[in-house]
Design a protein around this ligand. Structure first.
Ligand SMILES: [Zn+2]
Length: 259
């Protein structure tokens, strides 16, 4: 349930700070209150702790991240549009088989509908990314109020579904970022996230084509885009099964997008 990798430090600090507040205020468990499982803290304690947690969110850069925290030979596997009860478990199985951690860009309504899957993703050490509430790829043409709702509501839905683990990135649906949406996401600690390799797996081009696209385009940059929802993703699962061991053999290491 804890954040992993580079996120552990500050998250631990936030929880620690929040815990201190609650112990002083009510002696109740802030972990329980924050995770939204069973609210046992008094309303006063909860409000105080929430305020602490909110103010403790560490803003990140507003620029769109592509690089890997594993450096020049790093690869970031990113999985969009889920979670999906059929495909997400299969993707998780392949990732576990090869010991690969990935970033899951979740649609708010999907996360809300499948909280068990969100928790599994987090428990396996993967990272969460906010992919908006309704996956509107024309979001960059909409009002700031609309963009704000799409981003912040999805952040809340994903965080609640995960049991309190907030998304660390924001990927605009279809890449429809605006300066406003990047700034808003960054202020919430969610680094805007792009991609370098579009496998176009959603077009079902065949497993061979997906594998070939990754090999051809990986020199463009380390962040690779796959999908675990929105249709039959058996080609995606099969392609991952071939790509992951092959990239390992070629000396790549798998990581997370920089924050
Ligand atoms: Zn998407």
């Amino acid at each position: 349930m804890a954040r992993h990798g580079g996120g552990r430090g500050w998250y631990g600090k936030v929880l620690g700070a929040a815990l201190g507040v609650t112990v002083l205020a009510a002696g109740a468990s802030i972990w329980t209150a924050q995770a939204g499982v069973v609210g046992v803290a008094s309303p006063k304690a909860r409000t105080t702790a929430s305020a602490t947690l909110r103010s403790a969110v560490k803003p990140v850069s507003v620029t769109i991240a592509h690089a890997s925290d594993q450096g020049a030979r790093g690869v970031n596997i990113t999985i969009d549009d889920g979670p999906d009860p059929v495909w997400t478990p299969q993707v998780l199985d392949v990732l576990r088989e090869y010991g690969v951690k990935a970033t899951f860009c979740m649609v708010g309504t999907q996360a809300q509908a499948h909280p068990d899957l969100v928790k599994k993703v987090v428990a396996a050490g993967h990272r969460l990314c906010d992919h908006s509430v309704s996956h509107d790829t024309t979001m960059d043409k909409k009002s700031e109020a609309y963009q704000s709702r799409e981003i912040l509501d999805a952040e809340r839905m994903i965080t609640e579904a995960s049991g309190g683990v907030a998304p660390m990135y924001y990927r605009a649906p279809g890449g429809a970022f605006t300066p406003y949406s990047r700034k808003l996401a960054a202020s919430r600690g969610m680094r805007p996230l792009g991609w370098n390799v579009d496998t176009k797996d959603f077009e079902q081009p065949g497993t061979d084509a997906i594998v070939a696209t990754v090999e051809r385009e990986l020199p463009n940059g380390p962040t690779v885009l796959f999908h675990d929802a929105g249709g039959d993703r058996s080609e995606t699962v099969a392609a991952l099964r071939r790509i992951l061991p092959r990239l390992k053999e070629q000396g790549y290491s798998f990581g997370f997008p920089v924050r």
